[in-house]
Write a protein that binds this ligand. Structure first.
Ligand code: G6Q
Length: 549
């Protein structure tokens, strides 16, 4: 991304710091009272998605300064650089082209002078052919039975995307097909799935970009052995396919490369749902729905690339995140999905965001002097209202949150959805408004509590409010809407990476633990190497060896 002025020295960064002092004193309640058009002013409509960011600690001026900061960071040029296939992943010298995977108009995108679209389209066509043939029972198992259990074996980016999206779109699954996901190296993960499926009806999809990841290969070997023990070696070609960039390793593992679906090093793991990594999803929901998801993402890509910053959902999301992270010092971020099908969305976004922007060295190789990616967590409403929302409402740390609300449920049963939606709306209102001590006291008086109790309890029952949130409202969570939503988050993360001047597309932080695990593995059984460890590590090894005796 080239050398750039330090963020802290930028004109609009400094202006935002002075402006922050004024905004810090403001109450959102008052801002809403003063300006009846606030909601309208701070809402962006994108097709069937409404993004209301009015419940944030911002004024017009805040947003103007944030947009100016984005300009000062050359955001528009950086966006173009990504879409044009420039090698913006500077530490790995790679283009970042998940956007090419859903480039539905097929306009050429060049990497090293070669248009990547023909290869992408060829893999999509191969995915269509294969997913149709599994769904319609033409591609059968070794004993001639229909493949009804689709088991994706992968981890990290090769698991979370398809796992989250398959659950999000469960209503679109073919009636007789079920998806399973094995990611953890914990043998229990394998055992739980293998106990449920019948080998004759099971297709294993080994998803690994590198095809060297120890968890995935160990799980895949266990599943392969299980299948071979049941059906014999000849069954493998009818029950195993691979999704990878690494033909050689796929062949070495014992999967025919004819059964391999390729992708490329310009697709980062956590951005790979749109590639062959989505095969389990495509089989479950059908390629038509998979392509609708790509269409939704493409629509968001176009919006991101062309909308003015003021009307640009990912840009606004990102700048608000920077505003809280770097000015208010709010280091955590919540994502609350009011849709049971989206229950894994926070886990997916956790990887997307934290692996991308959990960095402390900038693209010039300098230590950053400001904080970068926040800790992301979340869950499904209303469940989480009964768990961590206490802290969200009354904790000492403020956690800005995104609330995701579909207006229509896939399961309109009785009053369930009305109750769900009213809870979601009530939460964002409560976070913004809070409850003053006087309001708390009045309620206690009304409930007939004696004066002493009122005086004692009113402080406990008061809510500071002024806690920020964004609200996404969708008509319904369908493949198109899901695609658009996920792409919005991807671009949010990208924009924040640009502001913080980090490479959002590498993940060296996950390497050290992997290296040490390989060193420690033989020590669980064989010789210990005390000189190589600290006393705690050594003692843990000894304790575990003892328990395992
Ligand atoms: C994601 C990361 C990481 C990766 C896994 C699995 O961006 O790169 O989560 O997806 O480590 O890697 P493989 O797909 O190579 O097995």
């Amino acid at each position: 991304m080239g050398s750039r002025k330090n963020l802290c020295k930028m004109k609009y960064w400094k202006k935002l710091h002075s402006h922050f002092k004024a905004v810090d004193k403001l109450k959102m309640r008052d801002l809403f009272d003063k300006d009846k058009n606030r909601a309208e002013e701070f809402t962006i409509q994108f097709e069937n998605m409404t993004f209301d960011y009015s419940k944030n600690r911002i004024t017009d001026k805040t947003m103007r300064l944030l947009f100016d900061l984005a300009g000062e960071c050359n955001l528009s040029e950086k966006i173009e650089a990504m879409f044009k296939g420039e090698k913006i992943n500077i530490t790995e010298n790679r283009s970042v082209l998940h956007i090419a995977l859903r480039n539905r108009k097929n306009k050429p995108i060049y990497v090293d002078g070669k248009d990547v679209m023909p290869e992408i389209n060829a893999v999509l066509a191969k995915m269509k052919k294969f997913s149709d043939s599994v769904r319609f029972g033409e591609f059968k198992g070794h004993t001639g039975k229909k493949l009804k259990n689709i088991v994706n074996i992968g981890i990290g980016g090769s698991d979370l995307g398809p796992m989250m999206a398959s659950h999000a779109l469960q209503r679109y699954w073919a009636k007789d097909i079920k998806c399973y996901f094995i990611s953890n190296i914990d043998g229990t993960a394998c055992a739980q799935v293998l106990n449920e499926v019948n080998p004759e009806e099971t297709l294993f999809i080994v998803a690994s970009k590198t095809f060297t990841t120890i968890e995935t290969l160990t799980n895949a070997r266990t599943c392969r052995k299980w299948l071979v023990d049941e059906l014999g070696e000849h069954a493998v070609s009818k029950h195993f396919v691979a999704l990878s960039t690494n033909k050689e390793e796929v062949a070495k593992f014992g999967i025919d490369t004819e059964n391999m679906f390729e992708f490329w090093d310009f697709v980062g793991g956590r951005y790979s749902l749109w590639s062959a990594i989505g095969l389990s999803l495509a089989i479950a929901v059908g390629m038509e729905n998979f392509e609708k998801m790509l269409d939704g993402a493409y629509a968001m890509d176009k919006h991101f690339r062309s909308a003015a910053f003021e009307k640009n959902i990912p840009v606004v999301m990102a700048l608000l995140g920077v505003w809280y992270n770097n000015f208010f010092n709010y280091k955590r971020y919540g994502v609350i999905a009011y849709d049971q099908y989206l229950k894994y969305l926070p886990a997916y976004l956790q990887q997307l965001d934290m692996e991308s922007n959990g960095k402390s060295v900038d693209v010039n190789g300098e230590d950053v002097k400001y904080s970068t990616g926040p800790a992301i967590f979340g869950g499904a409403g209303t469940d989480v209202q009964h768990s961590f929302f206490q802290l969200i409402h009354q904790g000492t740390d403020v956690v800005p949150c995104d609330f995701i609300i579909p207006a229509i449920s896939h399961n309109e049963i009785g009053e369930h959805h009305e109750i769900l939606v009213s809870n979601a709306i009530a939460q964002v209102e409560a976070l913004m408004r809070g409850k003053t001590e006087k309001e708390a006291a009045d309620e206690l008086v009304k409930a007939g509590k004696p004066k002493g109790t009122v005086e004692f309890l009113k402080k406990f029952k008061a809510f500071s409010g002024n806690r920020p949130s964004n609200t996404f409202v969708f008509k319904k969570i369908d493949p198109y809407a899901l695609g658009a939503l996920l792409a919005a988050y991807e671009h949010k993360v990208f924009v924040q990476g640009v502001i913080w001047n980090v490479d959002s597309f590498d993940q060296f932080g996950v390497e050290l633990g992997k290296q040490l695990a390989l060193r420690i593995l033989p020590e669980l059984k064989g010789d210990l190497h005390p000189a190589e460890h600290d006393s705690s590590t050594l003692s843990l090894l000894k304790i575990i060896r003892n328990y395992r005796k």
